[in-house]
Ligand binder design. Structure first.
Ligand code: ATP
Ligand code: MG
Length: 312
């Protein structure tokens, strides 16, 4: 797998505000990468920079090897963008909106009609295809904007808060679509979202922004490991544990037994890879394991811990 996006010291200022501040990161091909951070952290500015819609103040970025500084047109031909506000032509029908943008993106005329129809059907808009976009509900407009981003079948998609303002079932449909784009179609997705449950479900890795800087980048597991040196694992046994279990576990580097309450014990491990190791040590000591529940940190806990660290 190649690299879809790579930045090096990417920086963009607006007057006194540094919206994107010396960010170096990359997105692998086929990955769903989540860009998280509070309002004003720099997410949308990053999206605009990576689509060569605005230029960096300093630093550089490439999209599939093409420079956003020198090869903006090539970059834009490989990307689809769902912006924060849909920006559709309200007085054109859904079909005419897509046909117009399809031409703009250079979809071959011979393919245009079938491509538009297929995309409308895909996004559940086929029966409203000839209604004016201005008469659509917010969720339908969002789906039409998503259709526009997908129309020219770009290998890299930027989705800036694609589910904001959608009802739960429409949001879930968009999430399913993102997962499908990535897993079945090998598309790369950069997803800006405030919905941390959505991000945890969809993203292979996330980058957390604060005041224009990327304060953390990695998978949920990697970030949790960086923030907390150990993880609790709750283990239920069939009968109370042998009395020397604490000692046996304590002798294994990185493992310790914290509490015993009847048949329930809590073990701490340094890495999630040590969970099976702990279980086999318990079994080896005569423990009859019934249930193992690692208490993995959620992206939400990670996010708040990072923002707290940032403030202190
Ligand atoms: N065109 C502009 N002119 C002046 N300042 C700008 C411009 N675009 C962005 N900014 C500033 O850059 C900072 C980052 O804004 P940006 O829109 O990238 O944040 P964001 O992370 O997308 O926030 P949100 O979650 O609210 O969408 C903010 O302080 C914003 O005011
Ligand atoms: Mg934004």
């Amino acid at each position: 797998m190649g690299v879809a996006v790579a930045t090096e010291g990417l920086t963009r200022t607006f007057g006194a505000v540094t919206a994107v501040d010396h960010i170096t990161f990359h997105i692998e091909e086929g990955e769903v990468f989540g860009l998280l951070g509070p309002n004003g952290a720099g997410k949308t500015t990053m999206v605009r920079l990576l689509n060569a819609l605005i230029l960096p103040t300093s630093g550089s970025a490439t999209v599939f090897g093409k420079s956003v500084l020198q090869q903006g047109d090539s970059v834009r031909s490989m990307t689809g963008v769902l912006t924060e506000s849909p920006n559709l032509y309200e007085r054109l029908s859904a079909r005419r909106n897509l046909t117009f943008f399809g031409r703009l993106y250079g979809v071959p005329e011979a393919d245009l009609k079938s491509r538009v129809d297929r995309t409308l059907t895909w996004l559940g808009l086929a029966d409203r295809a000839d209604d004016l976009a201005g008469t659509f509900s917010k969720g339908m407009k969002q789906r039409l904007a998503l259709a526009r981003a997908l129309l020219h079948d770009p290998p890299l998609l930027f989705l800036d808060e694609p589910t904001s303002g959608l009802d739960p079932s429409a949001a879930r449909e968009v999430d399913t679509l993102i997962a499908e784009l990535s897993r079945e179609r090998g598309r790369t997705v950069l997803l800006c979202t405030h919905n941390l449950v959505e991000a945890q479900r969809l993203c292979d890795r996330v980058g957390v922004l604060a005041n224009g800087r990327m304060i953390a980048c990695g998978s949920v597991q990697e970030l949790a490991q960086r923030l907390w040196s150990s993880m609790a694992v709750e283990i239920d046994l069939l009968v109370p544990p042998p009395p020397d279990l604490g000692e046996i576990l304590g002798a294994i580097p990185g493992l310790s037994m914290v509490t015993v309450e009847g048949t329930r014990i809590e073990v701490r491990v340094n890495t999630r890879e040590q969970v099976p190791e702990a279980v086999s040590a318990i079994v080896g000591a005569g423990g009859q394991v019934l249930r193992v529940v690692p208490r993995e940190h959620t992206l939400e806990e990670i996010y708040f811990a990072l923002q707290k660290e940032e403030r202190s």
